[in-house]
Design a protein around this ligand. Sequence first.
Ligand SMILES: *Cc1c(COP(=O)(O)O)cnc(C)c1O
Length: 362
Amino acid sequence: MSASTPLKLLERARPEILAMQPYSSARMEAGQATIMLNANESPWAPAGDAGPGLNRYPDPQPPALRNRLAELYGIAAEQVLVGRGSDEAIDLLVRAFCREGRDTIAISPPTFGMYAVAARTQGAAVIEAPLGADFAVDADAMLAKISDSTKLVFVCTPNNPTGALVPPGVVEKLALALRDRALVVVDEAYLEFAGDAASAATLLGRHENLAVLRTLSKAYALAGARVGTLLAHAQIVALLRRIQAPYPIPAPCADAALAALSAQGVARARERIATLLGERERLARALPSAAGVLAVYPSSANFLCVRFADAPKAYRTLLALGIIVRDVSRYPGLADCLRITIGTPQENASLLGALGLRESAA
Ligand SMILES: *Cc1c(COP(=O)(O)O)cnc(C)c1O
């Protein structure tokens, strides 16, 4: 698996993308220069520039951020692609691998909607192998539906919107069966809320056809900065860099991400995750007693998927009290379900109150 041996899976990428000459941005050519007259930037900082350098284009993959993310996720920096949220990585993967009208992706619905949106935008069909009992991914059913046209298989764990964790054995089974044929993309947007569940990044050394998506949007409280990471074989990262926007990470966003990932930032994130898990437990215990709640599904994420006798009614009741939750009832298998994000302890108390629950004082 040395970097110089061409990855067999690359033969499955769109040939025109492998063949093209990628854009070489001016910043990549900066080298040791101190007088930078190569990028048509303003030589002066803008009005109100809080920090130095906003008149300059940022590094396409800011090295300090890339190295910090590599350290955080326990992987080599060359296996890290930083992007505008993991949503960008999903789009890049589909555009790099799927030929319009010919190639397909596979998903296990109900799952995160962006996989299908990215595929349809690219003109790639979506193969669906629905989740089984207890919202479990059925690897055999998935493999049975996958054909030679399938380039990407998306597995979301913990899954949005069900909250269920996918066992690592399922991911490995898919990766082994699809070796050299399809990339198994494991979306771990919520893994920080899943206790000590291991990241699929630990399997990257054994499976070249694996990619892992992580994000700072959820557990690191940085949804507004749009910083997501793809972890994969260095040659997959290099492939996606060919089609990524020239300067995808705005400098203030890289700075915000580095601050959130400082020792202090990580300690705070850990505390908040601990609080959140306590609140998830509290809501999961309390909600089944609310009138009209039929089921609260086990969740390893920062939300609960709740089945109501009448979801539209529950939705309207909450909204009338200023509480908005996510109506996921249109997803297959989730009729009458709402997805409820875990908020602050006070927000959660308001939610329980709105559903007619009064908690006994602790
Ligand atoms: C929220 C979410 C994302 C998006 O993450 P960004 O990094 O903010 O783009 C990706 N995958 C899943 C499953 C999500 O729920």
